[in-house]
Design a binder for this molecule. Structure first.
Ligand code: PGA
Length: 268
């Protein structure tokens, strides 16, 4: 797990956008896993800028979103399909037929979950999965207690998540209580994960995810079992990490490798 700490959400989002862009440039036919919420907004606006100003080409990219509220039509302003159109898809040259957001109005969610998993498999799996994290440590809508082997299915939102998301709906009462979400097991199968977290209200969840035990009570902690995870944090979200000094050491080691300057060799 690589932990990158930037001074601000803006700097962290630019860093994350560079990682996404590098993949899209190296592998124009690729499959991205995308997230919604307040956290990835700056990442998406940076990708839009890269498309508009630098010609970053999404024409052969396929996308899969993590989750969707049950019952909301795509035209609902709080649906995740609407969010993705407004904050990313409408402003880049992705083919909308290659963008997938779970259907919150599926008639049979069990069958639909299996179908969504199959669609991901048919696309060759997810190359890079963008993730946020809930204050309760969830990834996607995998609330505390979700099986770490879970697949795409219905989940009931935890009270903490309902409270957190009330800001988007105007009141707690209006927040859907059910969502269809990729499972922890689905996320663990992506080739790379890029988790973003900003702000002091994420500091406890981030410390538990990175430095706590692997537990279904903090589903993001399952990422400790993943083969390649990058966490991009701002200072506030990183504030409760005990091994901060080491994460900074790792980053300076990466810079040494990039520049080819190894001080212990030069000094020898
Ligand atoms: P947020 O949500 O980006 O709006 O903080 C993250 C999440 O709940 O996964």
């Amino acid at each position: 797990m690589r932990v990158i700490i930037e001074s601000t959400p803006e700097a962290a989002s630019r860093r994350a956008a560079q990682m996404v862009a590098r993949l899209v440039r190296q592998k124009p036919v690729c499959t991205l896993g995308l997230a919604t919420g307040g956290t990835p907004l700056k990442l998406y606006s940076e990708l839009i800028r890269m498309h508009q100003e630098e010609g970053l080409d999404f024409s052969r990219v396929t996308t899969f979103n993590l989750d969707e509220y049950v019952g909301l039509p795509p035209s609902h302003e709080q649906s995740y399909r609407y969010f993705m159109q407004k904050n990313l898809f409408d402003h880049i040259n992705v083919d909308v037929r290659n963008t997938n957001v779970p259907d919150g109005r599926a008639l049979d969610f069990e069958k639909y979950g299996e179908r969504y998993e199959q669609m991901i498999a048919d696309a060759g799996g997810i190359e890079l999965q963008v993730l946020g994290i809930g204050t309760d440590g969830h990834i996607a809508f995998n609330e505390p207690g979700s099986s770490l082997g879970s697949r795409t299915r219905l989940k009931t939102l935890a009270p903490e998540t309902v409270r957190d998301n009330a800001r988007f709906f105007g009141s707690e009462k209006a927040v859907p209580r059910l969502a269809i979400t990729m499972g922890v097991g689905t996320i663990l199968e992506s080739r790379r994960c890029l988790l973003l977290a900003f702000g002091e209200n994420k500091a406890d969840a981030i410390a538990a995810t990175i430095e706590g035990p692997v537990t279904a009570q903090v589903t993001a902690s399952a990422l400790q079992l993943h083969r390649e995870v990058v966490m991009v944090l701002d200072e506030a979200a990183a504030a409760k990490l005990a091994r901060r000094e080491y994460y900074d050491e790792v980053e300076s080691a990466h810079r040494m490798l990039e520049t080819g300057k190894l001080p212990w060799i030069e000094e020898a």
